[in-house]
Design a protein around this ligand. Structure first.
Ligand code: UT7
Length: 321
């Protein structure tokens, strides 16, 4: 028994911001951004919200799966940039979709969020609690980025992706690994709200993304290949058996580094970060939807999905499509 993805969808804000536009905001250049990250452009919200983007992506995933909203039993939104502290984004999406029977909640594991939500759906469905799940990864990171900080504002983009999954007897998720290392949380962080009550108040509180880029980079190129090797070993497969590695889209150099460590063929590492930047939890489902729409996913293919990010959190799974 496992779960398989039966539909995908995605939604991006209308406005595209090319590197050249960022040179008007901070001391950077199109050349520096392209060479150090591989990013050329990203979509930035001019009003789209995490909830509205997640809703659109979910509607498309439902349509692609041939399912009605009322059939959904579990609805999860992975996000680290919700508009509201309460209610959670998933409940807002549930309402907009009319997914009246779906138990709905958010999950925050930053850039590994979508993957962790997929594994959570697996656990619920494998244990017989639910039969299907709709899972979105959605972010409007542009509201938690300091647009005067050139080391972060050039990296991120807004968007949402979603998948519909259901119980299956053959194929689907063959195995997964997931890990967290809270001791290294400081290398990528963002404050939410400062303590401010009649008895205490915090000063010196940072509400924008703070990042030690080099630390995150070296963590990714070391831990991600190790977790991919671990999940392949667990499922009795090798790097050669994998048709596509659908990795978190953070930096082209990170993807190249992972590919090199795995001694894999670069053609098996699809990339869209040049057009969308790093969309945190939305990165993997948006890339999956693009591959699906391009007809690049066919029955029986072996995929590795892998995410990593703040927490630190990271993980990987093997899917027989
Ligand atoms: O989902 C996970 C999220 N985070 C990540 O994936 C981040 C992973 N890390 C990275 O992608 C890279 O570390 C960065 C792209 C963030 C930075 O690239 P780097 O090659 O590690 O550069 P660096 O931080 O070592 O900085 C090199 C130089 C510095 O100048 P000095 O000190 O050598 O004079 C920076 O001040 O580049 C400078 N710099 C820039 N210059 C032009 C930093 N940002 C920029 C910029 N434009 N946007």
């Amino acid at each position: 028994m496992s779960i398989k993805i039966i539909g995908t969808g995605s939604a991006l804000p209308v406005k595209q911001v090319a590197n050249g536009e960022l040179t008007k905001l901070v001391d950077t250049s199109d050349e520096w951004i392209r060479e150090r990250t591989g990013i050329r452009s990203r979509h930035i919200s001019t009003g789209e919200t995490v909830a509205s983007l997640a809703t659109q992506a979910c509607q498309k995933a439902l349509q692609n799966a041939g399912k009605e909203a009322a059939e959904v039993e579990l609805l999860m939104v992975a996000t680290c940039s919700p508009e509201l502290a309460l209610p959670c984004t998933a409940c807002q999406v549930q309402d907009k979709l009319g997914a009246v029977h779906a138990v709905s909640f958010d999950l925050n594991a930053a850039c590994a969020g979508f993957l962790f939500a997929l594994h959570t759906a697996y656990a619920y469905i494998a244990s017989g609690i639910y039969r299907n799940a709709l899972i979105a990864g959605a972010e409007v990171l542009s509201k938690i980025i300091d647009w005067a900080d050139r080391s972060t504002c050039i990296l991120f983009g807004d968007g949402a992706g979603a998948v519909m999954v259901e119980r299956c007897d053959e194929g689907g998720i063959l195995g997964f690994v997931q890990c967290s290392d809270g001791s290294r949380g400081r290398v990528l962080s963002c404050g939410s709200r400062p303590l401010n009550n009649p008895y205490a108040s915090q000063t010196d509180f940072e509400t924008y993304v703070q990042m030690d880029g080099r630390e995150v980079f070296s963590f990714a190129v070391r831990q991600v290949p190790a977790s991919i090797e671990e999940v392949l070993e667990k499922t009795g497969l090798t790097v050669e058996d994998v048709d596509l590695f659908v990795l978190h889209q953070a930096n082209r150099r990170i993807i190249d580094g992972i590919c090199k460590r795995l001694k894999a063929d670069p053609d098996r590492f699809p990339v869209n970060l040049d057009r969308v930047g790093n969309m945190s939890s939305a990165a993997i489902p948006v890339l999956l939807d693009e591959l699906n729409a391009q007809g690049r996913l066919s029955a029986g293919m072996t995929l590795v999905l892998s995410g990593f990010g703040a927490g630190l959190t990271y993980g990987a799974c093997v899917i027989k499509w």
